[in-house]
Structures are given as structure tokens and as C-alpha cells.
Design a binder for this molecule. Structure first.
Ligand code: PMP
Length: 429
């Protein structure tokens, strides 16, 4: 649809109403469009690769609810599984067969994973994994990498101070400096800084948490050498390695980034795909560590809606459909197609497309694609607003932030990707 045919009257009215009772009108900040201007359409329904707003406008969607919708919107297998579960109850607060069945699938698919515990969000998963690592090792410090997002718990909402290895500084008001200090922040892609920190302080460090393919600040592909060094230093220091697979997991490969890169972490966190679009997170790892969790061990963790039967049913349907459809082969093929069309368009500006499987990001700067937060040119984001607006006006939904990645799903077709490429080309002409 062209800008002239798109009417946003109902969205505008509803969003104005929402702003009176919901901060910023949204339940999660990036949805507010602050980084790109304007206000978001209020969505009413979605199916396959399309979303529809309350004014009847349709969008070809490459946000995919920020990652969970690897099968596309309203997949029939997920709808059927959730409907069926619904006839038997919405929550039990007691063991149910579906949580066991999803746990069996997750542990059998993910390398080295022996036990898993379900939670309701990625934030809970990473927060709990950090607590477990601290409990297991008896150490307080842990390491994250600058620019990486692992949810919004206090000790993870921390950014780098100045200098190469820094004590974390609160990245939000309300995070006590004393909490942030326990989080050490390193640059990605810097083996020397990593080794130097572990040489000096490895014995104090409970864990490193890292997305093996960092996908929350652009798509910052790491080298195999860096990932191997992260595994090596943690092993040598008796620290745990936590792979945050909330985005990577079950998307990059059946066994997530661990399988893709051939490296087993000690603990891993999941979300998004394994909930089939319902609120789910999980964390898991070796039995010796997971048995430290309550009720078996001293590390406390709990949740009223954890292992929720609707979410478990959706997760099982998602995983089973991915396997039945050989999704990873198909998604790679779609990704290759997208890259073949989009990379040359970006290259005409000396920019690049960064892609791994069905995750992609447009790096709007010259030179090699960045591998760390420090290597991202802050000026690159200035180009994004125009691209976003041109896409939006043409009925294509991409993330309302230059630093968020795009997702392909099994519902996307070559024609959808053709459309993405042609609108992008026009926007850059
Ligand atoms: N870890 C990673 C890698 C994520 O991408 C996200 C969310 N984008 C989270 C953790 C937090 O998950 P949630 O939003 O479900 O709390």
C-alpha cells in the first residue's frame, strides 16, 4: 500500500488512549517507535507472513514478534495444540505431561543439555542461570560483553564503563551501583582483553554469559577463535559458560548456536522459539549443575505459571513442526535468497548485509561488518529512519530500531523477499 492509501485513524486514536494508561502506550519500550519517529500501528490479527492493524492495513512482517514466530503467525499446528490444551485447563500450578514432553525434546536436541527448567520469559531464564552459576561456584562476579542484551534483570542491565575491562555501570535508573559492580563488562571480539581479565580475576568469576551469535545490537558475528577462547578461559578458571540462546536457540540449528559452532556451554538459556509464541523461557545444563536448584539443592528459583500447559503445548507443536518440515534447511535457503537480493543493494552504498540462517541485519556503514559494539559507527543509524519509513509506507514491517535484527520464518516466500528487496532498492535510490 502506498502512503496515500494507508489510513491510521483508528490506530492513532487507540494509541492515544493507551498512552494515558500504559507508559508510552506500550508493554515493551522498543514498540513505541521512538527511534524512528511516528507511532506504531495497533495490531489486530496476523497470519503467515502478514500482520493487520485495526485500520485494515496489512504489513509483510520481518519482525516476527522479535523471534518467536519461526513458523510465521498463527500457524495451524500451534493453534490446534493450544486450542486442544485449552479444553483441559489454562494452568495447574502442578506437574503436567506437556512440560515433561517439551523438556525431553529440548534436552535431546541441545548439545550436552541434561536437565531444563521452564520459566515464562527470557529475562527470567538469564537471571536464574546467573544465580545458579553463582550458587554452583560460590563466586559473585560474572562477565557480560558490551552492547549485549540478556533481559532486564538488575545485574544484567549494566553497561561498560570506560576502559577495556570495566566494572559495570547501571544501564538504567533503579539498578543499584553495588549490583552493577558485580558484573564485569568486556568488549566482544577481543581475546587479549578476555585473557587478561581471566588471568587476573578468573578465580572470582562465576560465569560468562554470551549470545554466541550476538543478535541484540545488530548482528555481531564472532570469530571461531573468539568463541573458542571464551570456552577455554572459563574452563581453566572453573567458571561456567552460559550461552544465551534466547534468540539463537532452535533457530540457527536444532541444537542452536552450540550445535552451529560446535561448542558446548555449561548452562544455556532459551525463550522465543520454544514457546511457539506464548510466554516461555527456559534454562538448562549439565545435571550436576541443575541439581543445585530447589527443591534438590540450595539455589532458589520458582514460578506460578512456569511450565504452563498452553505454553508447553505451543512449544511442543513448534519444535515438532520445525523437525517435520526440516525447517533449518528451508530457512537457510530463504536466507541465502534474501542475501542474494539484498546484499548487492546495500553494497551499492558500500554497506553490508549480515546474515546467519534466518536472522539478518543491515549494517549501514562502510568497511567490514562490525563484530563488537565499539566497531559500530554511531552515524550508521542515521540512515535507518528513512529506510524504515519507506518500508512502513509500503506495508513492510521491519524493526523500529537500527540495532534490531530481522527474522525470516517458514511462512515467508520468495515473493515476500522480492518485495522486501524492491522496496529497499527504491528507498535507497
Ligand atoms: N536474552 C536475549 C538474547 C534476548 O534477545 C532477549 C529478548 N530479546 C532476552 C534475553 C530477554 O527475553 P524476554 O524479552 O523474553 O524477557
Amino acid at each position: 500500500m502506498s502512503p496515500t492509501t494507508m489510513n491510521h485513524q483508528k490506530s492513532t486514536e487507540l494509541f492515544a488512549r493507551a498512552k494515558k494508561v500504559i507508559p508510552g502506550g506500550v508493554s515493551s519500550p522498543v514498540r513505541a517507535f521512538n527511534a524512528v519517529g511516528g507511532h506504531p500501528p495497533v495490531l489486530e490479527s496476523a497470519s503467515g507472513s502478514r500482520t493487520r492493524d485495526v485500520d485494515g492495513n496489512e504489513y509483510l512482517d520481518f519482525v516476527c514478534s522479535w523471534g518467536p514466530l519461526i513458523l510465521g503467525h498463527s500457524h495451524p499446528a500451534i493453534a490446534a495444540a493450544v486450542n486442544d490444551a485449552l479444553t483441559r485447563g489454562t494452568t495447574f500450578g502442578a506437574p503436567c505431561q506437556s512440560e515433561l514432553e517439551l523438556a525431553e525434546r529440548v534436552t535431546s536436541m541441545y548439545p550436552g543439555l541434561e536437565m531444563v527448567r521452564f520459566v515464562s520469559s527470557g529475562t527470567e531464564a538469564t537471571m536464574s542461570a546467573i544465580r545458579l552459576a553463582r550458587g554452583v561456584t560460590g563466586r559473585d562476579y560474572f562477565v557480560k560483553f558490551a552492547g549485549c542484551y540478556h533481559g532486564h534483570s538488575d545485574h544484567l542491565l549494566v553497561s561498560a564503563g570506560s576502559g577495556l575491562v570495566t566494572f559495570g555501570e547501571p544501564a538504567s535508573a533503579g539498578v543499584p551501583a553495588a549490583f552493577a559492580e558485580k558484573t564485569l563488562v568486556l568488549p566482544l571480539d577481543d581475546i587479549a582483553a578476555l585473557e587478561a581479565l581471566f588471568q587476573e580475576r578468573g578465580h572470582e568469576i562465576a560465569a560468562i554469559i554470551v549470545e554466541p551469535l550476538p543478535a541484540n545490537n545488530g548482528l555481531l558475528k564472532q570469530t571461531p577463535e573468539f568463541l573458542a577462547a571464551v570456552r577455554r578461559v572459563t574452563k581453566e578458571a572453573g567458571s561456567l559458560l552460559i550461552y544465551d540462546e534466547v534468540i539463537n536457540g532452535f533457530r540457527l540449528a536444532p541444537g542452536g548456536a552450540a550445535e552451529l559452532y560446535g561448542i558446548e556451554p555449561d548452562l544455556a538459556t532459551f525463550g522465543k522459539v520454544i514457546g511457539g509464541g506464548l510466554p516461555v523461557g527456559a534454562f538448562g545444563g549439565k545435571r550436576e549443575y541443575m541439581q543445585q536448584l530447589a527443591p534438590l539443592g540450595p539455589v532458589y528459583q520458582a514460578g506460578t505459571l512456569s511450565g504452563n500447559p498452553l505454553a508447553m503445548a505451543a512449544g511442543i507443536a513448534a519444535v515438532d513442526t520445525l523437525i517435520a518440515e526440516d525447517a533449518w534447511t528451508k530457512l537457510e535457503e530463504l536466507g541465502v535468497y534474501l542475501e542474494s537480493l539484498v546484499a548487492p543493494i546495500l553494497a551499492s552504498r558500500k554497506w553490508s548485509l549480515v546474515r546467519q540462517g534466518s536472522i539478518f541485519w543491515m549494517s549501514l556503514q562502510e568497511g567490514p561488518a562490525p563484530r563488537s559494539a565499539e566497531a559500530i559507527d554511531p552515524k550508521a543509524a542515521e540512515h535507518y529512519g528513512h529506510i524504515f519509513q519507506a518500508m512502513f509506507d509500503a506495508g513492510i514491517s521491519i524493526a523500529p530500531s537500527a540495532y534490531e535484527v530481522g527474522f525470516l520464518s517458514l511462512a515467508h516466500t520468495h515473493a515476500d523477499i522480492d518485495r522486501f528487496a524492491s522496496v529497499l532498492k527504491e528507498a535507497l535510490a
